[in-house]
Design a protein around this ligand. Structure first.
Ligand code: HEM
Length: 473
């Protein structure tokens, strides 16, 4: 892979506009961003340093790829860098859930109510559900002949959607959406993202085929969610799942619980935020492992040595640190939420440059995680970067796959537990090989998907566990 050139450093005087490309008349950099936002921002960073000012039609956007500036944005302490405003198209789907709530007070109230649910200890009761869903997928895989082809991206999406549905509702209710299918949440998020990316989208009230389809899917999804919430409120049986925990979450000052609309928004937010992100990093991890047999072997040795073929318990996970390092390194190279947007509520400075009120700031985790000043040989897949002694030497804001500051991912422990478990269970039984000739390319939407899926062949490991695996192509 190409070695990255050093990033130019232009010392910034106290008041100045950040440098950036002029772009096209009226449109600015819109076309470049639509074509490939990551490539456009990487080019911008190489040419202009950190931060970079872009014009996207009427909008001014600043790209941030330097850890010091990421720290300024995430830790501003005065809420200058807030979430996008009430016109954020994602709110059409997620409402006022944690991810998209633009009202700081209401976000803070919900975050306080929900934070305890996502503590690792509390999540322990969900671990068995995660194991059961993973084993269901493995039972399916066990029937595949050696060398069979799978789209691993599709498989990881399916299993993580199953896990988030089972841990939320104790049932795979997404299958109840018979006309639109389990992908309903992704379909609606994709629609909202298109609107986010294109400020010239036709208004939602226009009866275009896309708008009509979106509204139909939303109606069906909402009907399902409100029905489940209603059944749960009136039922007596405990389920030990996330929905039970959300229903009983209380505001510690007032003792209030969430109303139906608040619950609906948080449930759909967790469904949306809680599966594709994990699925994508797992997909990239399998791809990277298939390209690095030495690392795959080291992971298998750890898994076989600690577990000798048995199913891990939650307590076992801490004895399998290398497997987690593999996942962490893969999130460095392919952060599944590659760009985190913010909006300045008032005029401020960033990296010494002026930022007017109402500027959009895009913290680019993809570039941050490959910044050559902070990551030696940044393109190389090397899980040992995350060995405890090397981790201590890293800049605290050079690696932020889960964001940072008050909005740091609430599902971080959930995601790490789930991904660690899936990596272990799959590595115990199978090797996955990238199909030669299948094109691998990233595609940044809200998440960093493999543009053409991830076609791989599946090979059982000899003797089920601890064997030599398949010959490599
Ligand atoms: C590898 C998996 C995951 C990654 C890389 C990831 C990444 C992120 C990032 C970067 C943010 C910060 C967004 C911002 O600052 O605006 C975030 C927020 C969030 N994530 Fe995750 N996430 C993952 C898994 C999950 C899971 C499993 C859940 C739920 C079960 C979840 C729920 C959320 C929620 C609700 C927020 C909004 C938090 C707030 O603003 O208070 N995420 N995630």
């Amino acid at each position: 892979m190409a070695t990255r050139a050093p990033i130019p450093h232009t010392p910034a005087p106290a008041t100045r506009q950040a440098p950036g490309p002029r772009g096209l008349f009226l449109l600015g950099s819109i076309i470049d961003f639509k074509r490939d936002i990551l490539q456009a921002m990487t080019r911008g960073q190489r040419e202009f340093g950190d931060p970079v000012r872009y014009r996207l039609g009427p909008l001014i956007v600043h790209g941030v790829s330097h850890p010091d500036q990421a720290e300024e944005v995430f830790m501003d302490g005065k809420n200058v860098y807030g979430k996008l405003g009430p016109d954020n198209p994602l709110r059409l789907v997620l409402g006022d859930g944690l991810l998209t709530s633009s009202d700081h007070e209401s976000w803070f109230r919900h975050r306080r109510m929900m934070q305890p649910i996502f503590h690792r200890q509390r999540l322990a009761i969900l671990f068995d559900k995660m194991v059961a869903c993973s084993k269901e997928m493995l039972a399916r895989w066990a029937t595949c002949p050696a060398g069979d082809r799978l789209d691993v991206h599709h498989e990881m999406m399916r299993v993580t959607l199953d896990i988030v549905s089972q841990t939320m509702f104790s049932a795979n209710v997404m299958n109840d959406l018979d006309k639109i299918g389990p992908e309903a949440v992704n379909v609606t998020i994709d629609y909202a993202f298109q609107r986010l990316q294109n400020p010239f989208s036709p208004p939602t009230s226009w009866p275009t085929p896309r708008n009509r389809r979106f509204k139909r899917v939303m109606r069906e999804l909402d009907r399902l969610l409100y029905r489940i919430i209603n059944e749960r409120r009136t039922g007596r049986q405990p389920h030990d799942d996330l929905l039970d925990m959300l229903l009983s979450a209380q505001d510690e000052d007032t003792g209030e619980v969430m109303n139906d609309k608040e619950l609906r928004d948080e449930v759909i937010t967790i469904l949306a935020a809680g599966h594709e992100t994990t699925a994508i990093t797992l997909t990239w991890t399998w791809y990277l492992l298939s390209q690095h047999p030495d690392i795959e072997r080291k992971l298998q040795q750890e898994v076989d040595g600690v577990l000798a073929g048995r199913t891990p318990t939650l307590a076992d996970l801490s004895s399998l640190p290398y497997t987690l390092q593999v996942f962490e390194e893969s999130m460095r190279l392919y952060p599944s939420a590659p760009i985190i947007p913010r909006l300045t509520s008032r005029a401020t400075t960033l990296g010494g440059y002026d930022l007017p009120a109402g500027s959009r700031v895009l913290v680019n985790l993809f570039n941050l995680h490959r910044h050559p000043d902070f990551w030696p040989d940044p393109e190389r897949f090397d899980p040992d970067r995350f060995a405890p002694e090397r981790r201590k030497a890293q800049h605290r804001f050079a690696y932020l796959p889960f964001g940072a500051g008050p909005h740091i991912c609430i599902g971080k422990s959930f995601a790490l537990m789930e991904a660690h478990l899936l990596l272990i269970l799959i590595a115990q039984r199978h090797e996955l090989r990238h199909v030669p000739g299948h094109r691998v390319m990233n595609h940044a939407t809200i998440t960093l998907r493999p543009r053409y899926g991830m076609l791989m062949t599946i090979h059982p490991r000899d003797g089920t566990r601890g064997g030599a695996g398949s010959p490599r192509p």
